[in-house]
Design a protein around this ligand. Structure first.
Ligand code: IPM
Ligand code: MG
Length: 359
């Protein structure tokens, strides 16, 4: 069995970390008796430079004919002056929409070996943290009506948060299903004390919960959720929330784990074709220096093995390899505490590859 993997390296550290993830993916495939074939395609700033479009048609075509998409990161100072619709980030939003990837899974796990890297106190982290953030990805304010207008010499700009019942229902279904397979607790995060779209979100969640008697549904306002995440993150099992709130809360959750360089994500739709990317950005200041942490990209590859390629044993093996390397004290700069030995992107990848082959 050979799976075509569309590789959208993008900008900044994107090429380095997707290369690391592909190496690990290939090694895992070899060990578990299948193979993967990378099919490179352009997205983001590099796509603008080469084709004038942050998401060329060709890229969409390649993604649609692949088993899964591995994405690095997009954006950088070079393209910051471009108008909104021409920016690298627009390529990312358009690929999510084109492939109808409405469900974004962002697990935040504190590895015992990385306790010291977390800014939270030991008594708050307790036995460790394992939460799953489910972010709606193709609706809300990211895709709502927007604009800018001049009136009486004043400039006004607006963006709109809008959700249909169908959009809310389908993301909540994904979240209920995930919570059911985890610890059976789902916290729906909204701003229903202020926003009408949030009130519809909450009503829909309550209505749907009748179909999931085995899952305990709770609700929390987003400002409180932001606070609770650092006050007592272990109260959460699965969180489900809108596009914008999920964007913000997932960065916060990532810091709890020690580094944003650790968090993978999976973007899923109705089919098995998913898009896998680290939640971090393109980190232009780190690019080309062999210092970026490749683990978020490598763990994204593990999620790909699990959710798109149907290779859960290979996914487990990759995650265990990462875990063993961290247990052995190997650290990239973002993870290191004082006095710990620091390795670069390539060396970290090599450690993970040998852990994968050894076990
Ligand atoms: C993310 C990123 C993107 C988002 C940006 C780069 C458009 O922050 O994946 O979290 O806001 O969704
Ligand atoms: Mg973000």
């Amino acid at each position: 069995m050979t799976y075509d993997i569309a590789v959208l390296a993008g900008d900044g550290i994107g090429p380095e970390i997707t290369q690391a993830a592909m190496e690990v993916l290939k090694a895992a495939a070899k060990r578990f008796g299948f193979s993967v074939r990378p099919v490179p395609a352009l997205i983001g700033g590099i796509a603008i430079d080469r084709t004038g479009d942050p998401l060329p048609e060709e890229t969409i075509r390649i993604c649609k004919s692949s088993a899964a998409v591995l994405l690095g990161a997009v954006g950088g100072p070079k393209w910051d002056q471009l108008p909104g619709d021409a920016r690298p980030e627009k390529g990312l939003l358009r690929i999510r929409a084109s492939l109808k990837l409405f469900a974004n899974l962002r697990p935040a796990v504190v590895y015992p070996a990385l306790r010291a890297a977390s800014p939270l106190k030991d008594e708050i982290l307790g036995e460790g943290l394992d939460l799953m953030m489910v972010r709606e990805l193709t609706g809300g304010i990211y895709f709502g009506e927007r604009g800018r207008e001049e009136k009486n010499g004043m400039t006004r700009a607006f963006d709109t948060e809008s959700y249909t019942v169908e959009e809310i229902r389908r993301i909540l279904r994904v979240a209920f299903d995930i919570a059911r397979k985890r610890r059976g607790r789902l916290c729906s995060v909204d701003k229903a004390n202020v926003l009408e779209s949030s009130r519809l979100w909450r009503e829909t969640a309550i209505e749907l919960s009748a179909q999931y008697p085995d899952v305990e549904l709770t609700h929390m306002y987003v400002d409180n959720a932001a606070m609770q995440l650092v006050r007592d993150p272990r109260q959460f099992d699965t969180i489900v929330t809108s596009n914008l709130f999920g964007d913000i809360l997932s960065d916060e959750a990532s810091q709890i784990t020690g580094s944003i360089g650790m968090l993978p994500s999976a973007s899923l739709g109705e089919s098995t074709l998913g898009l896998y990317e680290p939640i971090h950005g393109s980190a232009p200041d780190l690019a080309g220096k062999d210092i970026a942490n490749p683990i978020a990209a490598i763990l994204s590859a593990a999620m790909m093995l699990r959710y798109s390629l149907g290779q859960p044993a290979a996914a487990d093996a990759v995650e265990q390899a990462v875990n063993r390397v961290l247990e052995a004290g190997v650290r990239t700069a973002d993870l290191a505490s004082k006095g710990e030995l620091v390795v670069g992107t390539k060396a970290m990848t090599a450690h993970i590859l040998s852990a994968l082959e050894r076990d």
